[in-house]
Design a protein around this ligand. Structure first.
Ligand code: DGJ
Length: 748
C-alpha cells in the first residue's frame, strides 16, 4: 500500500488544483464550476463535489460527516461500512463497495478484486491525446494548452501491480470536464482487465430525473425522462455500435429542471461501440453514476508493460437548465471534437439518389437527376448504394469496391466527370466494414468475416461483418477505396454500416484475446477512418449506420456530419432532431427533403415544412427531382436560397428549444440566435391543426432583452424582453404547416 504522504507538492494553477497535507484536497475550478476530490491518508480517492463554483472553504469536512470515522485505520472492521457508503472517484470491485464498480480484474492467481490507492498527481497544460498501442487514432476532444488543464491522478494496486491514471480535463471557458482512465501493467505477470469504465460520479442525492435517448431504426434518439428510483437504471449497447436503441448519452437533471432552470449533468461517451451508462440509487438514497465500455463480454489481456486506455466521457454541468447543457455540448463539439477542412464550413447542398431510385438506376438516370438538380441550385450529387460489384439488391457485392460496369456505363470516372461538368461535386456511398456472402471478397477470404469457427454465422441484411481487428483486412479494404478515390474526383463519402455484430470471434486474434474483439473492432474502424481523412483531407465524410445507429461523438471526430435517421418524414424528424439536439449540434445532423407520401411512414406534409425541418441540419434532397410535382420543383431554388442565407446562423449560433413535443404534441418550435444576439431565426411547426383556437403566443428565447428586434416578415419592432416575455401570435393553417421568422437587431 502506498503511504507516501511526506512528499506533498503545494500546487496552484488557474483551475485551482491544490494539494493539502494529509487529506489532500484536489479542486478544479473554472470560475463557474467546481469539481473536488480528496486523497485520504489511507490513499482512497474520494469524491467531494461536482457542481456550481464554490468559495475557498476547506472541504475536508464533507468527508468527515457520518458517525463512521473518516477513514478506517488499516484493516479495521469498519472498513466494510466505509467502502460501501463513501463517495469514490474510481471504485474497484471486491473490497467492500457493493455498488457498481469501475474496475475489475482477473489476475494471474485467478482473483478478481482490485484496490487502487492514490500515489501521486500531476497537472498538465492542455489536454494530452488518448492512445492505444497498435492503432493510429483514439477519438477524444482536443484543445489548445490555453483552453484547458488536465489533472492526472495516479493510483496503484500493489498486489496486482497495476498503475492507473485517471485524467480530468477542465475547460476554462465552459462547464466541461472530460474524464478517462488508463491502466498499465507494471508487474511481471499477465492480468486480465474484465471491466474498465471511464467515469464515476457519486452524487450525494437521489433527487434526479434521468434523461436518455432511445429508439429503434427510423426513430432514433427519442427523449425519455423518468425520476430515479432505488436500484440500477441503465442504458447500454451490446451490438458492436452505439446503436439505434440507446445513445451513449445520459443527463441527470433536477426534478423541476426545464430548458432554462434547474441543474443538469450531461454525460456523453466518445465511443462508437458497446457502452453502458448507469445510475444507481443506493441504500442511502445517493446516486452513483458510471459510464464506459460495456463490461459485458469484455476482457483485455494486459501483459507486463502493456497499457489499456478507456474512451473519454464528456461531462457537462449546467446550473441554468437543460438548454444551457445542450449549448455547451454544441460549442464543445463544434470547436473541440469535429476536425478537418469542413469543420467550420457551409456544406454543399446535396441530392442523394437513395429514396429516388434505391438500387434501380444507371448512369443516364443519375445524370438526369444531377442535371435537373443542378439547374435548381443543388451543389453535389451523392450516388448511394448499388454502384459496385453486381449489386442490384441488398444481397450481394459488399466488399467488391469496384464499379458495376453494366449499371454505371462508361465507368465511375465518366459519371463523375459528367456530374462535375454540371458544376456539381460528386459523393459516393461505401459500406467498408461489411462483406456479402455473394462477393468475390468473401469467396477469396471467408476467414476475414467475424465468426466463431464451428458455429453457423448469422446473416443480417444478408451480410457479414469484416474483422476490423485484423490490419490486413483494413489494408485490403482501404486499397480498394483508394483505387476509386485516385481515379475519380470523389469529394464526399457516405460511410454506412448496416448490421450489428453476432458470433463475435476473430480468426486472426489469439484465443486469449478473443474478447478484445468488440473493442479492437471499433479501434480498427477509427484507424481506417483516420487514414482516409488524413490521406484525403478534402473529403467530406458523412457517417451513417442504417440511419442514425452510430450518432456518437466518436464518429463526429472523423465525420463532421452524420445521417440522423432513415426516417425523413418532417413530423417524425421533429422528435428525432429534438432528442439529437440534447448533445449534438445542428451543424452535424444530416437532414434531407424527401418525397411524399413519405417512404417510411406514408405521411404527406407540405414541401415547405420538409424544407424548414431539414434547414436545421446539413440540408439536402433525397428524391427523384425529375418526377416530383412541378410546384415542389419550383420551390427548390427558394429553399436553397434560404439555406444559404440561414445556414451560418444554424451552424454557428446558439440553439434554443421552445416547443417540446414530448410534453405538448401540438407543435414544435425552436430558435437559432447569433452569438452576439444580433439576429435570430425562429421556426414553428404545427402538428395537427385544431379548430377554433385563438393564435398561440409563442415566447421567443435567447434574445438580448435590451435590444430591439425587427421581424422581417411583418416589419414589427419589439424588444427582446417583450418577445421573450409575451411572445408573438403564431397562426398557421393546416396540418403539418410551418412558419419561419427572421429577427434582426435594430438601433432605435
Ligand atoms: C442505410 C442508410 O441509412 C440509407 O440512407 C441508405 O444509404 C441505405 N443504407 C443503403 O443501403
Amino acid at each position: 500500500m502506498i503511504r507516501n504522504y511526506e512528499t506533498v507538492i503545494p500546487y496552484k494553477t488557474w483551475t485551482g488544483v491544490e494539494a493539502e497535507d494529509k487529506v489532500r484536497v484536489f479542486r478544479m475550478d473554472n470560475g463557474s464550476m467546481t469539481y473536488a476530490m480528496a486523497a485520504s491518508e489511507e490513499g482512497f480517492l474520494m469524491h467531494i463535489y461536482y457542481g456550481k463554483a464554490l468559495g475557498d472553504d476547506d472541504l475536508t469536512y464533507v468527508l468527515k460527516l457520518n458517525e463512521a470515522p473518516f477513514t478506517p485505520k488499516g484493516f479495521a472492521r469498519e472498513k466494510g461500512t466505509f467502502m460501501d457508503s463513501k463517495p469514490f472517484e474510481f471504485p474497484c470491485y471486491g473490497i467492500g463497495d457493493y455498488r457498481e464498480p469501475c474496475m475489475m480484474i482477473l489476475d494471474d492467481e485467478g482473483m478478481s478484486a482490485c484496490d487502487l490507492r492514490f500515489k501521486s498527481f500531476r497537472v498538465e497544460e492542455g489536454k494530452p491525446a488518448l492512445k492505444q498501442k497498435g492503432y493510429t487514432c483514439f477519438p477524444a476532444t482536443f484543445a489548445e494548452a490555453s483552453d484547458c488543464e488536465t489533472l492526472v491522478m495516479v493510483m496503484e494496486d500493489d498486489a496486482a501491480n497495476l498503475l492507473v491514471e485517471l485524467s480530468y480535463t477542465m475547460f476554462k471557458n465552459s462547464n466541461v470536464i472530460t474524464r478517462s482512465a488508463k491502466v498499465w501493467n507494471k508487474g511481471y505477470s499477465d492480468v486480465r482487465i474484465s471491466r474498465m469504465l471511464s467515469t464515476c460520479v457519486d452524487f450525494d442525492t437521489d433527487q434526479f430525473d434521468m434523461i436518455t435517448l432511445n429508439g429503434s431504426w427510423a426513430r432514433e434518439r427519442v427523449m425519455e425522462r423518468a425520476p430515479l428510483h432505488h436500484g440500477k437504471q441503465s442504458v447500454d449497447s451490446m451490438r458492436g455500435e452505439s446503436s439505434h436503441q440507446n445513445n451513449p448519452f445520459v443527463a441527470l437533471v433536477s426534478h423541476k429542471a426545464d430548458e432554462t432552470t434547474g441543474e443538469a449533468y450531461g454525460f456523453n461517451l466518445v465511443y462508437s461501440g458497446n457502452f453502458m451508462a448507469q445510475a444507481e440509487v443506493t441504500q442511502h438514497k445517493k446516486t452513483r453514476f458510471v459510464m464506459g465500455i460495456n463490461p459485458m463480454d469484455f476482457s483485455w489481456l494486459l501483459r507486463p508493460e502493456e497499457e489499456f486506455q478507456t474512451p473519454e466521457v464528456v461531462m457537462v454541468y449546467s446550473a441554468n437548465g437543460i438548454g444551457e447543457m445542450s449549448r455547451t455540448y454544441h460549442d464543445l463539439y463544434r470547436n473541440h471534437l469535429i476536425r478537418g477542412q469542413w469543420k467550420d464550413k457551409k456544406r454543399p447542398v446535396l441530392i442523394n439518389n437513395w429514396e429516388a431510385t434505391y438500387f434501380n438506376f444507371d448512369t443516364d438516370k443519375i445524370i438526369a437527376i444531377a442535371k435537373q438538380a443542378s439547374e435548381l441550385g443543388v451543389e453535389m450529387l451523392v450516388l448511394d448504394d448499388g454502384w459496385f460489384g453486381h449489386r442490384d439488391f441488398d444481397n450481394s457485392s459488399l466488399g467488391d469496391w469496384y464499379v458495376y460496369e453494366s449499371k454505371v456505363k462508361g465507368g465511375l470516372p465518366h459519371l463523375v466527370e459528367e456530374v462535375n461538368k454540371l458544376g456539381m461535386k460528386f459523393g459516393l456511398w461505401f459500406e467498408p466494414e461489411m462483406v456479402s456472402p455473394d462477393s468475390d471478397l468473401y469467396r477469396e477470404h471467408p476467414e476475414w468475416a467475424i465468426q466463431i469457427i464451428g458455429r453457423s454465422m448469422t446473416q443480417s441484411r444478408e451480410q457479414y461483418v469484416l474483422d476490423y481487428s485484423n490490419p490486413e483486412v483494413r489494408d485490403y479494404v482501404y486499397s480498394m477505396i483508394r483505387k476509386i478515390l485516385d481515379t475519380a474526383n470523389v469529394e464526399y463519402i457516405k460511410w454506412d454500416m448496416n448490421r450489428q455484430l453476432t458470433e463475435v470471434g476473430s480468426t486472426s486474434l489469439h484465443r486469449k484475446r478473443q474478447r478484445e474483439l468488440w473493442h479492437r473492432y471499433v479501434l480498427g474502424v477509427y484507424d481506417l477512418m483516420n487514414r482516409l481523412t488524413t490521406d484525403y483531407p478534402y473529403l467530406l465524410l458523412e457517417n451513417c449506420s442504417g440511419g442514425g445507429a452510430r450518432f456518437d461523438p466518436g464518429m463526429l471526430y472523423f465525420s463532421p456530419q452524420i445521417w440522423t435517421s432513415d426516417d425523413t418524414d418532417a413530423i417524425e424528424r421533429l422528435k428525432i432532431q429534438y432528442g439529437t439536439s440534447l448533445c449534438y449540434p445542428a451543424s452535424c445532423m444530416g437532414a434531407h427533403v424527401s418525397d411524399c407520401p413519405n417512404h417510411t411512414v406514408g405521411r404527406t406534409t407540405p414541401f415547405a415544412t420538409r424544407g424548414d425541418v431539414a434547414l436545421v441540419g446539413t440540408f439536402g434532397y433525397e428524391l427523384d427531382v425529375t418526377k416530383i410535382p412541378q410546384a415542389d420543383r419550383d420551390a427548390i431554388p427558394g429553399q436553397i436560397a434560404k439555406f444559404h442565407r440561414f445556414n451560418p446562423l444554424v451552424r454557428t449560433g446558439d440553439q434554443y428549444r421552445i416547443g417540446n413535443l414530448f410534453e405538448n404534441p401540438d407543435y414544435d418550435a425552436w430558435m437559432f440566435v447569433a452569438k452576439d444576439k444580433s439576429e435570430a431565426l425562429f421556426t414553428f411547426v404545427q402538428v395537427l391543426a385544431k379548430p377554433n383556437y385563438p393564435s398561440k403566443f409563442i415566447k421567443m428565447a435567447g434574445l438580448c432583452a435590451e435590444k430591439k428586434y425587427q421581424i422581417e416578415e411583418t416589419g414589427q419592432i419589439l424588444s427582446g424582453r417583450t418577445l421573450m416575455e409575451i411572445g408573438l401570435p403564431i397562426s398557421v393553417h393546416g396540418d403539418f404547416t410551418s412558419k419561419t421568422l427572421y429577427l434582426k437587431a435594430v438601433e432605435e
